[in-house]
Design a protein around this ligand. Sequence first.
Ligand SMILES: NC(=O)c1ccc[n+]([C@@H]2O[C@H](COP(=O)([O-])OP(=O)(O)OC[C@H]3O[C@@H](n4cnc5c(N)ncnc54)[C@H](O)[C@@H]3O)[C@@H](O)[C@H]2O)c1
Length: 448
Amino acid sequence: MRVCIFGTGYVGLVTGTCLAEVGHEVLCIDVDAAKVEALNRGVVPIFEPGLAPMVASNRAEGRLRFSTDASAGIAHGEILFIAVGTPPDEDGSADLKYVLAVAATIGQHLQRPAVVVDKSTVPVGTADKVAAKIAEALAARGARIAFDVVSNPEFLKEGAAVEDCLRPDRIVIGTDSSAALETMKRLYAPFNRNHERIVAMDVRSAELTKYAANAMLATKISFMNEISRIAEEVGADVELVRKGIGSDPRIGWRFIYPGAGYGGSCFPKDVQALAKTALQHGVRTRLLDAVEAVNDAQKSHLFELMVRHYGSVSAIRGKTIALWGLAFKPDTDDMREASSQRLLDQLWDAGARVRAFDPEALGEAKRIYGERADLALCGSSAETLEAADTLVVITEWKQFRSPDFAALKQSLTDAVLFDGRNLYEPAEVEAAGLAYYGIGRGRSVRRA
Ligand SMILES: NC(=O)c1ccc[n+]([C@@H]2O[C@H](COP(=O)([O-])OP(=O)(O)OC[C@H]3O[C@@H](n4cnc5c(N)ncnc54)[C@H](O)[C@@H]3O)[C@@H](O)[C@H]2O)c1
């Protein structure tokens, strides 16, 4: 089928590439000319495991193309995906200006019937707004062309986006049009050979499903982070508690890791946007507000542990901190809302210098922070340790999981390790002569 995708970010590029991979003819449109030019040179602007070779092979076979020419994209696609950003507005609601700009463009250029698909994460009621925008632009031209607007939210995880897209848990399709549903079923048929993954529903339920999924996942994380705070104070180890509850199949093992708070482009903004939608409809969201507040506090907790260790904020002045990890999670270069950003600001405010390493996010860190005297972006985790006083681990990349603790003890002047993702066994770290601080590991706090 002929598919046009607006937006070549994490979602649009991965979706377009995976649709091309199963045989569809995909034309991706982006307003960012530099990004399109890079993609046309074969340069993939984001890091996502498995993506670059798949882009290359589908480009080579002519099924995947990139352009800034929106009218060409609309002429090409029988299905038009909107996969542009929906960043938070000043009041926390989702800013729909990019989505509605694409809708207006579609209305200006549409020549024959098409299915328009909201792939971006958008508040309940957005499909109606997109339809109205397209209709308005069509009317301005005096054109009468039929179209449907379908909600097809995306559930991929950054770091596993290609795999998630090729083998989705479910494909949610929200539409009241049986013809549009049939078109979407044909599009996704190659992904459904093993078993039916499509969950069809009305548009508003589909729009809400996406927010409900992210809010539930964020809730699990904030719940565990709250338990970790209790564990810390009562002298329990939250890692043992986690194992003790995860074995209950009603709770499960996944997404109950305490840590330095969730970040990324989705959970923070989606929890806030859902709360905002609820408020607009007169529903108070006590739970969502708490999920957000717990996370916000958790992002500051590593710094609080450092202050606890050193005795005061002023004692951190002049320290050199080795920082392992910058991305909001492993296997991505994405630093949006990353906990590392909060910690960096706090360390700099306190007068510390940082030597940071991340396997993929150094370029992004350079883009965000530029050159500054109190930040050294290092080429390896070992390089961060040169003349460092202390080590903080904030992203759980696999390569950080088994360091040589004796060598760390030799390198770190203050012989202390802050483990923002509970990667290490406290006893093992302490046996090497290092002080250890994890998240919710009460023993180490009591000893300190
Ligand atoms: N990143 C994720 O893991 C993820 C997962 C599921 C859903 N989502 C949702 O998907 C949407 C996109 O997220 P993302 O992370 O891919 O965003 P992104 O910021 O990485 O990419 C958005 C792209 O859209 C382009 N764009 C903006 N206006 C445009 C226009 N008028 N025409 C064409 N292109 C335009 C931008 O230049 C950019 O390249 C958001 O609503 C997000 O909440 C994201």
